[in-house]
Design a binder for this molecule. Structure first.
Ligand SMILES: Cc1cc2nc3c(=O)[nH]c(=O)nc-3n(C[C@H](O)[C@H](O)[C@H](O)COP(=O)(O)OP(=O)(O)OC[C@H]3O[C@@H](n4cnc5c(N)ncnc54)[C@H](O)[C@@H]3O)c2cc1C
Length: 387
């Protein structure tokens, strides 16, 4: 984005903060939360080009999944067992921290910690899932297998050959989670203000420019995830804007025990507390075009989502779809979050690249970013030093 002289309404007005965070999603609020733990008097602004949660945080499926974008055996193959286990534990701590600090016993958040399922529609995937399970159990990660009849009975789904249950996973209402975080924080949230430039001043502070106001801060934090490269070219080969689509049906009586993944974690569905069924995924059908910043849905993916429901969930036969949407995720170059500071502006920190798992990773990542700001050690697998 650029702003013309004619449209610039800032009129030399400068608001001053200790920290300016760009992006009012779960990562932005997580960073603010952990900064306030360091110093409750810190003056923080969270700036967003839209509203709170208008990015991926208000458009996701609400799974709080441990681990990463792929089955655990693949994570071990790629990173080695030791690092893969550290990654798993990192996400477990994310959930534990969310529970302790934000969720507590708040029923309004629709939090359910009774696990998620990964389902296989081919014997080949079921075989891989069982291999994964054996590996995980050998590393003390809680997971259990389900045969076909158990899946049909407990999940009300058809045409899957087997699956496994990740017993520690959870799900939540993501926008209520975000609003709960906001309610716990004394910060200024500046909505409908797109930051189009960040200038380093001679004082060492940074000036964040929006069309309506300029904001000066000692330190800036970029939590724009999928949108990062739109502001800073630095992210162009590090965090890729990647689209995801979802649909939600009219309510039906409760039939499934918990949220499910299918097809190697690419597709996912869950029954919401009001009985509606949410389904997302199928971006693999239009992989070349499911990139960029558009939030429009496409007929190909939406009709595939509906066909999936018709094929696999008998109680949804001919049920109406009430909501369809798309969102922009930030896929990192290696599937793990990226936490660091800009090489040419060291007072500009960033956290992003959650690769479709920000609800499962961002709260702990926000804590890690604050650790970095206070010169404490963070894990190598999330550090931008690995670039
Ligand atoms: C369809 C879909 C399903 C998903 N399902 C899940 C799931 O079930 N579980 C899970 O863990 N994750 C899921 N995700 C991923 C998850 O939503 C994200 O990883 C997470 O929300 C990222 O949070 P964030 O705060 O980093 O980014 P965002 O929530 O995207 O927030 C970034 C914010 O920055 C703002 N912004 C961008 N540029 C500027 C600028 N120049 N100036 C000011 N503001 C700016 C945007 O408006 C936006 O609000 C899903 C994502 C999608 C799209």
């Amino acid at each position: 984005m650029s702003v013309s002289y004619w449209l610039d309404q800032s009129n030399g007005k400068v608001k001053t903060y200790d920290i300016a965070i760009v992006g009012a999603g779960i990562a932005g609020f997580s960073v603010a939360y952990w900064l306030k733990k360091e110093d409750p008097n810190m003056k923080i602004a969270i700036i967003d080009k839209g509203t709170i949660g208008s990015g991926a945080t208000g458009r996701n499926a609400g799974f709080i999944t441990c681990g990463s974008v792929e089955h655990f055996n693949r994570l071990c193959e790629r990173w080695g067992k030791k690092t893969a286990l550290e990654m798993w534990r990192f996400s477990e701590v994310n959930l534990a921290l969310l529970k302790e600090h934000i969720i507590q016993d708040d029923k309004h958040l629709e939090f359910d910690n009774s696990g998620t399922f990964s389902l296989a529609s081919t014997q080949e995937e079921f075989h891989e899932l069982k291999e994964t399970m054996t590996l995980m159990q050998s590393m003390d990660i809680s997971v259990e297998a389900l045969e076909q009849n158990a899946i049909e009975k407990r999940l009300g789904v058809a045409e899957f050959v087997g699956g496994i249950k990740y017993t520690q996973d959870a799900s939540i209402h993501p926008v209520r989670l975000l609003n709960k975080m906001k309610s716990l924080l004394d910060v200024d949230v500046i909505e409908f203000a797109e930051v189009y430039d960040i200038e380093t001043l001679s004082t060492g502070s940074v000036l964040l420019k929006t069309q309506s106001a300029h904001i000066e801060a000692s330190v800036a934090v970029l939590t724009m995830n999928g949108y990062s490269s739109d502001l800073k070219k630095y992210f162009a080969d590090k965090i890729y804007p990647t689209r995801g689509q979802i649909m939600v049906t009219e309510p039906v009586p409760r039939f499934m025990e918990g949220p499910c993944y299918a097809n190697f974690v690419l597709d996912y569905f869950r029954q919401l507390q009001d009985g509606r069924v949410l389904i997302g995924g199928f971006r693999q059908l239009e992989k070349a075009t499911e990139v960029g910043f558009s939030e429009h849905t496409t007929d190909v993916i939406q009709s595939s989502l509906y066909e999936f429901l018709q094929k696999h969930i008998p109680v949804l036969k001919n049920k109406k779809v009430t909501h369809r949407w798309a969102g922009v995720m930030g896929f990192s170059f290696d599937g793990q979050p990226l936490i660091g500071a800009l090489p040419d502006q060291p007072q500009v920190y960033f956290a992003g690249g959650f690769t479709g798992h920000g609800i499962g990773l961002a709260f702990h990542s926000g804590k890690a970013l604050v650790d970095l700001m206070y010169d404490r050690v963070i894990p190598d697998f999330i550090s931008a030093k690995r670039i």
